[in-house]
Design a protein around this ligand. Structure first.
Ligand SMILES: [Zn+2]
Length: 154
């Protein structure tokens, strides 16, 4: 999903929370952190894989990639971990609200992209990926139609 959409949704949630729930700057920061800045994991993956730091290049790398990527902040396990810490620090519920909105947009995008066979989507479950990743997430040949996979692997 384009970062702008995540930022707009985070802003909308923040405005709603300010107007209706009278929240302060901490809560708004947590909404934006969960709703927008969790995409930082994409950038970390780019740095690890490519050993480069260009943000624009990182953006193009993921935008043009049909492969499934494991982005740790986008996993159910990260969400559960946040939920666990929320028991001790309830203000994290705002982070979780932002995170849930972010994942909702990403999942909608993945469903559409998979339907049109443009990319394989994200990996949303860390533990199954670590245990059976090579079997479950073996790249499918369906995406070769456009030839984008070959370009991506270089
Ligand atoms: Zn995302």
């Amino acid at each position: 999903m384009y970062p702008l959409w995540h930022l707009l949704l985070s802003a909308a949630i923040s405005i709603f929370a300010i107007l209706k729930l009278n929240v302060g700057p901490l809560e708004v920061s947590l909404i934006v952190l969960g709703g927008f800045l969790i995409d930082a994991d994409h950038y970390l993956i780019y740095i690890i894989n490519k050993r480069r730091f260009g943000i624009r290049a990182a953006y193009r790398y993921f935008k043009g990639s049909p492969r499934a990527h494991l982005c740790v902040f986008h996993t159910a396990e990260f969400m559960l971990l946040t939920l666990f810490f929320m028991l001790y620090l309830p203000v994290l519920g705002w982070f979780l609200a932002g995170l849930a909105s972010h994942l909702l947009l990403d999942i909608i995008e993945d469903v559409v992209m998979r339907f049109y066979k443009m990319h394989e989507g994200r990996i949303y479950f860390l533990i199954p990926y670590l245990l059976w990743g090579k079997v479950l997430f073996k790249p499918s040949g369906r995406l070769l139609k456009s030839g984008r996979r070959r370009a991506d692997e270089h």
